[in-house]
Design a protein around this ligand. Structure first.
Ligand code: SF4
Length: 359
């Protein structure tokens, strides 16, 4: 979306879900709406009130708008893009489970979200026309699979958005996981503390915890402005309750592809007591080419974070290998070995040093 948006208009108190509502709230011009309608036929739209309020309607390149406001470019697919870019379906032994690594599984109970990110790697699976919610029978089979596989020590609830599940149902899922001895860790991948912070209340927090398992919450945020005071307060409620928080972000052209923004984002996580964990290279999801930078550009940005922000603030730059082959660390190498077996190590200013030193 490159055209100037309308001047500020009142923000809706409920999520924006249709092209008409995008125009009413000043997020899309009447001129652009035809292209957006074609996108809406194919991909779900939702912008939560918190995110709609954060968008600067006077900035045609606003990084929050870019993440949530549909763009006609989403209908342009390139040959290398795929409808299941990280190969979930190839590693799904029963509905709702992805078992890619020996010791952990994804449990995908719902495929709805409070916002629909325009770059989502599961965009063909989420939304009202997506894979839906696991039926009670399918949930029984998914939990049965976890119980039958003794090597599974970690269960990652993802989706869709697992924190859209009611506290009552979440507590039920947690109790059933708590009863499986070999499961030690339950992790939630979520955008809720940022996009709908008011949802993080006592009932939800109580549902996420059990005395028998460690609970981790991985927060997805991509721009430092997303860490608003209400978002930080929601994270504080989680952390103060004993839940460990880590981050995940996607490196996105036009959102966070400059070192100032990335450094500010990682610092904001640490200030919020969220340990930076993964910085994902964008996946080859259909119609997301306008968000992708090259791996060379990504590595240069990540190299720029060394020295600039502390070790505590450093994320790991990773690529999900297309086809479901898992994650690979693709960050810049600080050390190289020549043909004679000697090492050269780079410092954070780009200086090179032999290791061990000659003197
Ligand atoms: S919240 Fe997560 S699953 Fe939902 S649209 Fe955004 S990236 Fe995709």
């Amino acid at each position: 979306m490159s055209r100037q948006r309308h001047q500020v208009k009142p923000t809706s108190a409920r999520p924006i879900r249709t092209p008409a509502e995008l125009v009413e709230t000043g997020l899309v011009t009447a001129e652009d709406v035809a292209g957006i309608e074609a996108v809406a036929q194919r991909y779900a739209i939702a912008i939560s009130p918190a995110m709609a309020a954060l968008i600067d309607r006077c900035d045609p390149n606003d990084p929050i708008a870019r993440q949530f406001v549909p763009d006609a470019a989403e209908l342009i697919a390139t040959p290398e893009e795929r409808d299941d870019p990280i190969g979930d379906l190839a590693y799904s032994p029963v509905e709702g489970i992805v078992h890619r690594y020996p010791d952990r599984v994804l449990l995908k109970a719902v495929h709805v979200c409070p916002v629909y990110c325009r770059f989502c790697f599961r965009r063909e699976m989420v939304g009202p026309q997506g894979l839906g919610t696991l039926s009670p029978e399918a949930m029984d089979r998914a939990l049965g699979y976890i119980a039958d596989h003794l090597q599974i020590s970690e269960v990652i609830l993802t989706g869709g958005e697992p924190l859209m599940i009611s506290p009552r149902r979440l507590a039920e899922i947690m109790q059933r996981l708590a009863a499986i001895d070999h499961v030690k860790i339950v992790r939630f991948h979520t955008r809720v503390p940022v996009v709908e912070p008011e949802r993080i209340d006592k009932a939800l927090i109580a549902a996420l915890k059990t005395s028998r398992k460690a609970t981790y919450v991985a927060l997805h945020a991509n721009h430092p402005r997303e860490l608003t005071p209400p978002a930080r307060a929601a994270c504080a409620r989680l952390v103060d309750s004993g839940i460990v928080m880590i981050s995940q972000s996607v490196l996105l052209k036009g959102v966070n592809d400059d070192s100032d923004t990335l450094a500010a984002l990682m610092r904001a996580f640490v200030e919020t007591r969220v340990k930076p964990y993964y910085l994902h290279h964008p996946d080859l999801a259909l119609g997301t080419g306008h968000f992708r930078l090259t791996i060379k550009e990504g590595r240069a940005l990540v190299a720029g974070l060394r020295g600039r922000i502390s070790g505590l603030c450093q994320p790991t730059y990773i690529l999900d290998i297309p086809g479901g082959h898992g994650k690979a660390v693709i960050g810049p190498d600080a050390i190289r070995q020549d043909d004679a077996g000697c090492f050269t190590v780079s410092d954070f200013k780009g200086g090179r040093h032999a290791y061990p030193p000659a003197d």
